[in-house]
Ligand binder design. Structure first.
Ligand code: COA
Length: 374
């Protein structure tokens, strides 16, 4: 039987840090509120686009796996904030890394996009359609943030990580997953202005407003992640005691605590990044997985549970058996480009731009490099 092992991993984090104190320079909020209600201390704001972050993460993951870009069959770009809709962003990564043989697709289930992308790649590998895939979780959400709304502006950040998934005969990689969507709650999280449905609606492109019912999402998220985690453990015949590491979506420390407690898992088995990166939507789980590997928290043969939820409200929980190797085969010298602006400068530019959104798409301030643009 063919399985799909995770053999490479790499992150590409924006260098610019936005602290709680930075947020309180333009919002009626403070470090005490944000820390006690969410666990967040800081998040990153990117000065480059999602494709550029994804390209670096993909290169790092390929080096880690010892795989040549020319041997990649599939690239799945999990994100709700791609640089472009047409062409898709996976093709931008493909041309930038030279994966000439690959098929490329974007996949959007909001915060769960990386895990749904992993399911997609896993299914295609296990059914013999492809043998080697790059799965990316990336988000450049800061240009779409409603920076005047303290209910949401404090929660999100930008970031990216990628994994390489390869066909193997060993029982490794994704052992099972539970997917679902609580669609009757889809109105609880909506970004107005992202999509053709807003044509002539009075919402300017780039002038996004968020519908956000935090308490309702909180409840649904806890229920959904607990149910999905219990279902996948049952399906795979494992108990909470068998789980070595939990790498959850990180929307709020209190959500994570509620999920692991109800699922019968101890907090010391949980990989936490919420303090330093906030909620990076699709990038959250792969960045946390990457950091867990870098910090030595993934042991050979480890059983890893990855529960997540996102707008839709999409829900899932994935169970992964890690392989023998927990260190990279190789690394690359490439780094994220330096930024002339601080995170707060970048956010203030986006805020200024909201009132002048016509000029916004032409001044290049966010620096999204459109791969292949003339
Ligand atoms: C958003 C969230 C942190 C709010 O926490 P909460 O404990 O439910 O807080 P509440 O919404 O009850 O707000 C409590 C008070 O704090 C205020 N408040 C909200 N945001 C604030 C902020 N950033 N700073 C200061 N005060 C804030 C509210 O206005 C409210 O004031 P009031 O009591 O005078 O009306 C929490 O509900 C949550 O994490 N929800 C899910 C997260 C999520 O959806 N993530 C995205 C999906 S992946």
């Amino acid at each position: 039987m063919t399985f799909a092992a995770i053999t490479g991993w790499g992150a590409a984090m924006p260098p610019n840090v936005l602290s709680n104190a930075d947020l309180s320079t333009f919002l009626d909020t403070n470090d005490e509120w944000i820390t006690s209600r969410t666990g967040m201390k800081e998040r990153r704001i990117s000065h480059v686009g999602a494709t550029e972050m994804a390209t670096l993460a993909a290169k790092r993951a390929l080096a880690c796996a010892g795989v040549d870009a020319k041997d990649v069959d599939l690239i799945v770009f999990g994100s709700c904030s791609p640089d472009e809709q047409v062409p898709n962003s996976a093709s931008g990564v493909q041309v930038a890394i030279g994966a000439t043989r690959a098929a490329s697709m974007d996949l959007n289930t909001a915060c769960t996009s990386f895990l749904y992308s992993l399911s997609t790649a896993n299914a295609m590998i296990r059914t013999g359609v492809v043998r080697t895939a790059i799965v990316i979780g990336v988000e450049h959400i800061s240009p779409y943030m409603d920076w005047g709304n303290r209910n949401v502006a404090v929660l999100f950040g930008d970031g990216c990580a990628a994994v390489v998934v390869q066909a193997t005969d060993k029982e490794e990689g994704l052992l099972g997953e539970q997917l679902g969507c609580v669609a009757d709650a889809r109105h609880t999280l909506r970004v107005r202005g992202m999509g053709s449905g807003y044509t002539n609606s009075g919402v300017m492109l780039g002038d996004t407003e968020w519908d956000f019912d935090g308490q309702e999402i909180f409840k649904r998220a806890v229920q959904g992640m607990v149910q999905a985690s219990q279902a996948v453990m049952q399906k795979c015949g494992v108990t909470p005691d068998d789980i070595d590491l939990v790498v959850p979506h990180q929307a709020n420390l209190r959500i994570i605590e509620a999920v692991v407690q109800r699922a019968g898992l101890p907090m010391d088995k949980v990989m936490l990044t919420v303090q330093r990166y906030g909620n990076m939507s699709a990038a959250t789980v792969p960045v946390a997985l990457n950091d867990a590997l870098v910090e030595g928290r993934v042991k050979p043969g480890a059983l890893i549970l990855m529960p997540a939820f996102g707008a839709g409200l999409t829900m899932c929980s994935h169970l992964v058996r890690w392989g023998d190797r927990v260190t990279p085969i190789a690394t690359i010298p490439d780094e994220m480009p330096a930024s002339k602006l601080s995170a707060l400068d970048l956010v203030n530019k986006i805020r200024d731009r909201k009132s002048q959104s016509h000029e916004a798409s032409h001044d290049g301030l966010q620096g999204a490099r459109l791969i292949g643009a003339k």
